[in-house]
Design a protein around this ligand. Sequence first.
Ligand code: S3P
Length: 212
Amino acid sequence: MNPETSDSAGPAPATQSQEAEILAGLGKRLIVLVGMMGAGKSTIGRRLAARLNLPFVDADTEIEVAAGMTIPEIFEMHGEPHFRDGEARVIARLLDGGPAVLATGGGSFMREETRRRIAEKAVSIWLKADPDIIMRRVRRRADRPLLQTADPVATINRLLGEREPVYQHADLTIGSRDVPHDKIVEECIAALHARIFDNAAVAAANSMSSAK
Ligand code: S3P
């Protein structure tokens, strides 16, 4: 079965021209996915990039390459503040790399400077997932140092409490649920198109009124 057409109950598939219009409207900007661990940033980001014919970049992977060690090793050997500084530097570099879909680590958007850079150089999407979905997904892997606690559920809830008020500053919010990935990708495409074209329409209206 073609995965692109398997979800017949979902919203109408985005048209080719919608995708081309998003690319044209983005210019040099990136699409940046933010949100909690387990929200699906890498999975959705990879598929979104394929749909838009853009490169996909994963900030966590880039940090590991730059450091020559894994994220748990960075936390263990150098601590979280060192990891956060490296993360901010790597994301700043990636944001200068031109159009791409960038999946960021769950804590990176908490840094004001990184939010400012993302606002300048990207359209951001918060993939918003409920705690039970996050818990179910992160339980499968033991590579999140922040969750190596006595009570990971309490840790997730605390992090959500701290982070959700900040994640909501992303340009767009898409609910990440247990539905086929392509449905979430369709919703991202529709939201990106609306955002880019609403903004273009406002800019055009402003320039027409200032030309009068
Ligand atoms: C973190 C999320 C992880 C990784 C690191 C810290 C966080 O990335 O950057 O373990 O603070 O939420 P993912 O969100 O890709 O799991």
